[in-house]
Design a protein around this ligand. Structure first.
Ligand code: NAD
Length: 478
């Protein structure tokens, strides 16, 4: 059956044996020089996803979002679409972003100079309701990265049953080298540039890398000034004093740990018997490490942009958090050994949690990993070439669109509260989050069993089939 009209995939109770990790982590294998490079896979995958693309078409006409990350998102889409036998019409409608905005805008710096900044907003699909997605402030941010992240947001929202399409945006800047005043002027001007495409029922931003509550407060105020009254539902992740929800700041990390608990329940593993490594010690990674430590797990190593720290007896995570609060970076933490950040990924452990950024587990290091499971807290941390190597090695990957969905789930709770002008209790937020993560885990593992495919493809297939069905029912306008 063609899945263009929406293939309904019912959940099943247990994952197939093929998706279960070995009881002990596999030993590292020697790198395979004949393994497909990410570039090879990129061209093959794009050609499969886009019938108008050929291997000779490096950057085909209309491929405004071209970037390695967007190509990776397209390859993942193509694989799931193939498993679903999705028809060409659905592929055409779902692959490329529906609406994109690029703005180049001047900002006066503290020095008195004027600097141009580039801001982006990409809305992947308008089929499911308003769009939703984070704002990233990063020095290397590009259009293609936003397009990939927007597409993943669509699948994430669909997988966990939220009434949103995906979006992503941000400003190309280094937030750590800017003053608070400069950041405020950048955020307010960027928000103003976005006015034609955002709104509480149009597109609702949230924090992502390099942004937080403070930027959301400025964004909320700028939008509200433009319409003349307070519109708290225009952003999520804002301070509680402005109508933000309790529990949003820790939601993504807590959701990751609920995902781990659900996966472990299936596998018959218990958290306190297991050893973890967490890459990235920011908003997401620090909460993951803290919650795991609080549950009795051994967190052997954690890293940030400057390097890693490790302790074979397990790190004292509350002490590490205190150290970072005082010193900003992990380096110098006394009760641990300093380790190279890339080498940390290859240390033996039960579970590796990439929680930093995209493309960290690649064709170059996947053969050397010595973990049993990978739980993707970051967006897009594993390349397609790495996925194939890990699959061959029996290392199971719990995919980002499932694992880090806690952030957007609690953002949805905040949006509902902002619309209703009614605040929920912390326990209600936490328990609803736990329930949605458990249900999503069942959906992913059940689909994997039904379609006899890996967990990433299963998660995407489940999400894509739902959006494809909605697109089919709404038909084409006019
Ligand atoms: P953050 O900026 O708060 O923290 C990022 C951390 O990663 C920092 O500790 C940084 O030093 C570290 N880092 C950066 N590059 C690194 C590298 N090469 N090696 C090791 N560490 C490195 O960002 P965040 O909000 O924690 O987001 C992390 C990831 O989670 C991103 O992929 C983001 O898109 C994803 N995510 C975040 C949320 C959220 O609610 N914040 C929600 C869903 C997904």
């Amino acid at each position: 059956m063609s899945a263009g009209a929406g293939a309904v995939i019912p959940p099943a109770a247990t994952p197939p044996a093929a998706t279960r990790p070995a009881a002990t982590p596999p030993e590292a294998t020697a790198p395979n020089p004949t393994a497909p490079s990410d570039d090879d896979a990129l061209l093959a995958g794009q050609a499969a996803a886009r019938p108008d693309m050929t291997r000779d078409d490096d950057v085909p006409v209309g491929e405004e979002w071209h970037s390695p990350l967007y190509a990776m998102a397209c390859r993942q889409f193509a694989r799931a679409a193939d498993v679903l036998s999705l028809d060409d019409e659905a592929r055409t409608r779902l692959l490329e972003p529906r609406r994109s905005l690029v703005a180049n805008f001047p900002v006066r710096m503290d020095s008195g100079d004027v600097v141009n900044f580039t801001g982006y907003r990409v809305q992947h699909t308008l089929t499911m309701g308003p769009t939703k997605g984070g704002l990233r402030f990063a020095p290397d941010l590009g259009f293609g990265e936003c397009a990939a992240l927007a597409m993943w947001m669509t699948w994430k929202c669909s997988l966990v049953g939220l009434p949103f399409g995906g979006a992503k945006g941000g400003v190309r800047c280094d937030p750590y080298s800017l003053s608070v005043g400069e950041l405020e002027r950048i955020t307010r001007r960027y928000a103003t540039e976005l006015l034609p495409v955002i709104g509480p029922d149009v597109d609702i931003p949230a924090p992502d890398m390099g942004t937080g509550e403070r930027e959301m407060a400025w964004f909320y105020d700028t939008y509200s000034q433009s319409v003349g009254y307070a519109v708290p539902a225009v952003v999520t992740g804002k301070p509680v004093a402005l109508g933000g929800t309790v529990g949003r700041q820790t939601a993504t990390g807590l959701g990751v740990v609920f995902a781990i608990e659900s996966a472990f329940e299936d596998l018959g593993w218990s958290i306190e018997d297991r050893q973890f490594i967490v890459q990235g010690f920011g908003n997401v990674g620090s909460v993951v490490a803290h919650e795991l430590h609080a549950r009795g797990a051994k967190v052997l190593a954690v890293s940030d942009i400057r390097g890693a720290i490790a302790n074979s007896h397990g790190l004292d995570i509350p002490a590490v958090m205190q150290w970072v609060a005082e010193h900003q970076y992990l380096e110098g933490f006394p009760e641990a050994e300093a380790v190279d950040g890339a080498a940390m990924l290859e240390l033996p452990c039960d579970v590796l949690v990439p929680a930093a950024r995209e493309e960290q587990i690649t064709g170059a290091n996947a053969s050397a990993l010595q973990c049993g499971l990978i739980v993707e807290a970051a967006n897009g941390p594993t390349t397609t070439a790495a996925d194939r190597i890990l699959e061959d090695r029996g290392i199971v990957v719990y995919p980002d669109v499932f694992v880090n969905a806690g952030g957007v789930i609690v953002s949805y709770f905040e949006w509902v509260q902002s619309h209703q002008k009614y605040n929920w209790e912390a326990t209600e937020v936490r328990e609803r989050l736990r329930m949605q993560m458990q249900q999503a885990c069942l959906r992913v593992t059940g689909t994997s069993e039904q379609l006899k495919t890996d967990l990433r493809t299963a998660a995407l297939a489940s999400a894509i089939s739902h959006v494809a069905e909605a697109a089919h029912l709404r038909a084409i306008y006019p």
